[in-house]
Design a protein around this ligand. Structure first.
Ligand SMILES: C[S@@+](CC[C@H](N)C(=O)[O-])C[C@H]1O[C@@H](n2cnc3c(N)ncnc32)[C@H](O)[C@@H]1O
Length: 258
């Protein structure tokens, strides 16, 4: 069932990881039996999540392409995941050939496979860092070398914030990343929700979160909308808010384009 190569040294494959389960749901091969079992459990109890994974990846690609269309030449892709078909640097360079991209993930397997894939590309790097420590990301010497924070940049937070528990203040974290950006920059967020899912699907995801390397926090729309004072005023202050619904990206026609 697994076509995955030997795991890089230091990578724990005894329990599912977010990056590998997501890879499995997307049809990738960089995953191992615990990830595959978790993926199958998700497919059985929350079958729409497979589609959601594809829709999310499609959203990520479309946002990257749109940002490149705005002329953005610097990207910090946080919680970037295992390399998959058409990575961020490939997408944006079709529009801005000189674009520079930093991939950030806390999973050492992402670092190993991502770095191997990028090889000696001088303008795209992967760093191992926990997004809950923004200083580790923003002050990382390689990040400071590649990203000019006096110029517009984009921070991409695709499908990663639902691994950040409330105790570690996701609002505050987003503010930290936002505050590091120059005027004209962008911050993109996609987030899994437990809404409109049957209770057994939510329960299964929460149980998986407890056994996996990362817990899952399925915030509902209330987190974004009922707390507008926090979300819209504090979080996105100084930024134009472009609301792009995932539903739109679940549309098969748009998915093909994505
Ligand atoms: C579901 S994948 C999303 C991959 C990609 N961003 C996308 O949307 O296609 C979530 C990724 O976030 C990473 N992640 C989870 N918690 C993290 C943290 N605290 N710091 C950095 N990366 C994290 C996981 O290792 C995983 O690769």
């Amino acid at each position: 069932m697994t076509g995955a190569p030997e795991p890089p040294p230091g990578v724990d494959i005894s329990r599912p990881s977010a990056a590998r389960v997501y890879d499995y749901l997307l049809g990738g091969t960089d995953n191992y039996p615990p990830d595959q079992m978790a993926g199958e459990m998700i497919k059985a109890r929350a079958p729409e999540l497979s589609d959601s994974a594809h829709a999310n990846r499609s959203y990520h690609r479309r946002v990257a392409r749109w940002l490149a269309g705005q002329g953005i030449a610097q990207y910090i892709d946080i919680g970037s995941g295992l390399p998959t078909a058409t990575n961020t640097h490939e997408i944006v360079r079709r529009v801005v050939p000189s674009a520079r991209v930093v991939y950030v993930d806390h999973d050492p397997q992402v670092l190993a496979l991502g770095s191997a894939l990028l090889g000696s590309d001088p303008d795209a790097i992967v760093i191992l860092a926990d997004m809950r420590q923004p200083g580790d990301v923003l002050q990382h010497p390689q990040v400071r070398e590649l990203i000019d924070f006096s110029q517009p940049a984009a921070v991409l937070l695709s499908s990663v914030l639902h691994f950040i528990p409330d105790e570690t203040d996701p609002y505050g974290l987003i503010r930290r990343y936002r505050d590091a950006l120059a005027p004209g920059s962008y911050l993109s967020v996609s987030h899994m929700t437990g809404e409109n899912k049957p209770p057994q699907a939510v329960a299964a995801l929460q149980a998986l979160g407890q056994s996996a390397a990362e817990g899952a926090f399925l915030r509902g729309m209330w987190w974004w909308i009922i707390e507008p004072v926090v979300v819209l005023i504090v979080l996105f202050v100084g930024l134009y808010l472009l609301v792009i619904g995932l539903d739109e990206f679940a549309n098969p026609r748009l998915r093909q384009q994505g």
